[in-house]
Design a protein around this ligand. Structure first.
Ligand code: GDP
Length: 325
């Protein structure tokens, strides 16, 4: 298919074209990669801006319940919502979050929503690029909000935070001890902590947990990209759909403030730079694993082992001969 035409269809908001384009960026085939790169170039500068919202949380905390309720709230306001998933485990297990469509039945049926599960077979290194490009495609297709869901298992939060305008962390009501379990680094990345399941028997625990997190947040260093009162902790109930409008209000207030103060575009620019540098690193690493560099490295490693060359001299030689550095 012609990429110029495909880009026109995406800009016209055609869902089938969007779905096909995402399949293209997910593909590992070299010819598909070239097409995907061409497509993204055609789409550059379309001038549309979606609010990119990253959402992380441990399994069972209520991510899909929350996304369904929150997504429906937004579509109810006439907004178009895309949901993407980053599943760091799928490369290993072949499983996929959002894969089970029944998890978000109501949102999946909504004509203003687009849900894309993470592909079940994926190469780890490609996850970040694929997700970034899928976000770009959804933005070009005219979505107002793009939600990027990830399971909280370390690396993936950093990755999602580096592609999102706002980062939400969904938490469960818990005793004081478990609060310690949230890594400081992850707390520092979050813009809003949402303590979910603030309903029924869990409500009072949720309120207490929220106060604990709010206290912990106050101890963090103030970030220049935050207005007064951020990052903040709030309670929600995805099941009862309470607190969601307030949470959305806070997200908009934060995004508006950052837009007004230049932090919004600054953050996107810094992210673009971050991903450029990541792509360069990956490209260099990929070259090391391919011939002729791979063979040269093996040979030089032998000389290092024998004591004929020092590790530094051998590395220098490799860089000069193969990487032109
Ligand atoms: P995920 O693994 O993070 O996507 O979590 P799910 O959305 O699948 O939810 C895990 C469990 O928590 C399910 O049994 C949900 O019904 C329940 N759950 C999700 N949100 C809430 C909530 O707001 N209140 C209560 N009481 N249970 C919830």
């Amino acid at each position: 298919m012609d990429m110029e035409e495909m880009s026109q269809r995406i800009l016209a908001g055609e869902r089938r074209a969007l779905a096909r384009a995402i399949t293209l960026v997910e593909s590992g085939r070299a010819d598909h990669r070239a097409q995907a790169t061409a497509l993204l170039e055609h789409l550059r500068g379309h001038g549309r801006e979606a609010l990119r919202i990253g959402l992380s949380g441990t399994p069972g905390v209520g991510k899909s319940t929350f996304i369904e309720a929150f997504g429906c709230l937004l579509t109810g306001q006439g907004l178009k919502v895309a949901v993407l998933a980053v599943d760091p485990s799928s490369a290993r297990s072949g499983g996929s979050i959002l894969g089970d469509k029944t998890r978000m039945e109501r949102l999946a049926r909504d004509p203003n929503a687009f849900i894309r599960p993470s592909p079940s077979q994926s190469q780890l290194g490609g996850v970040a690029r694929r997700t970034r490009e899928a976000i770009d495609l959804c933005e070009a297709a005219g979505f107002d909000a793009v939600l990027i869901e990830t399971v909280g298992v370390g690396q993936s939060e950093t990755m999602v935070a580096e592609m999102a305008d706002l980062f939400l962390l969904l938490l469960a009501p818990a005793g004081g001890d478990e609060l310690q379990g949230v890594k400081r680094g992850i707390m520092e990345m979050a813009d809003i902590l949402l303590v979910n399941k603030a309903d029924g028997d869990l409500k009072s625990t949720a309120i207490r947990t929220c106060a604990d997190y709010a206290g912990a947040l106050r101890l963090l260093r103030k970030r220049p990209q935050d207005p007064q009162g951020f990052p903040k902790a709030m309670t929600v109930s995805a099941v009862e759909q309470s607190g969601l409008e307030q949470a959305w209000g806070e997200m908009q207030a934060l995004a508006d403030w950052r837009r007004e103060h230049g932090h919004f575009t600054q953050r996107r620019a810094a992210q673009a730079r971050y991903w450029f540098e990541a792509e360069v690193r990956e490209a260099i690493l990929a070259r090391l694993k391919r011939e002729p560099v791979k063979g040269a490295m093996t040979a030089l490693a032998g000389q290092v082992e024998d004591g004929h060359l020092s590790p530094a001299a051998a590395a220098d030689q490799l860089m000069r001969e193969y990487l032109m550095m």
